[in-house]
Design a protein around this ligand. Sequence first.
Ligand SMILES: Nc1nc2c(ncn2[C@@H]2O[C@H](COP(=O)(O)OP(=O)(O)OP(=O)(O)O)[C@@H](O)[C@H]2O)c(=O)[nH]1
Ligand SMILES: [Mg+2]
Length: 304
Amino acid sequence: MVADSIKKQVSISIIGLPGSGKTTFIAALWELVNEPRLQKALTIESIGKNDHSYLRKIVRVWRKATEQARTRLTGLSAVRMNLQDLHGNVVEVALPDAPGEDFRAMWENRELGRVLGESLADGNIMLLVNGNKVKAPAWVTERAAQRRATGRQKVEALAKEWHPSLAPTQVQLVDLLQLISHPPVGRAGRRLVVMISAWDKVEGERLTPDAFLTAKMPLLSQYIEAGRDGWTSRVYGVSAQGGEYDGNDDNTEPVEDGASKKKTMKGRDADRLREVDIPADRIRLVFGEQESTDLTEPLQWLMH
Ligand SMILES: Nc1nc2c(ncn2[C@@H]2O[C@H](COP(=O)(O)OP(=O)(O)OP(=O)(O)O)[C@@H](O)[C@H]2O)c(=O)[nH]1
Ligand SMILES: [Mg+2]
């Protein structure tokens, strides 16, 4: 029996822009905590007040090695699960699987819904960033050197009207973290995990997750390091799918050139993943030089 006094009421919020990998992460986490054959830092205690059908649905999609459908504005409430550590401390982990658009609206329109606002006010944060979508900033000097090398003239581009949606990802993320670090929205001095998703797509660069963040998102990395808002942080890389999944017909994205070639590559990756004996074994979590399948380890760190 665990005394009430040592029970912790912890909330962890998973946040990230559209397409950052939130739904895929939650599906993989739910699969993992329900897999008795794999070791993990936290195990499932109970599911709590929750919509089981939603979790079941996203796990089914995940097992089939198919992309998740885009999360739409359906008034989805938070996904909650109660997890426990080895000592029997029970913790409630709340994962507001809000559509990425809600996070984008915070930046573009300075709007924050009540439900999202409440879930970000307190507790620790897991910020998902899709490593495959990060564009490293280009330096003016690099551009100039490129032009010299190729002998191309500088073309005077027509001035474009600026819109908040044109801001780089890391600018949006720093703003978001600042916003939730101060009243009236939230508070400073929390723990933060920066989770770089789709790690299978970027590991070829042979960087640790930490080094990846410093190299590709210097503004975000320096904001966290500077410590003004008191974040204590860790950077992980995660392949919640283990590779490329088959496309989801519900996601109507414009077809790019060479899409057919990409599709066969994707198909092969997905077939290989479907053959893994224990589906949760597809998961790969990278921290520094270490690798595991245990997605609950960063959650355990966030519970303190
Ligand atoms: N290769 C690879 N792709 C991934 C991985 N995790 C997510 N993705 C891809 O990243 C894209 C976005 O993933 P989602 O989980 O739908 O992202 P989301 O944050 O829930 O997106 P919204 O619901 O639109 O806010 C999809 O195309 C996924 O297949 C991964 O581990 N590896
Ligand atoms: Mg989603």
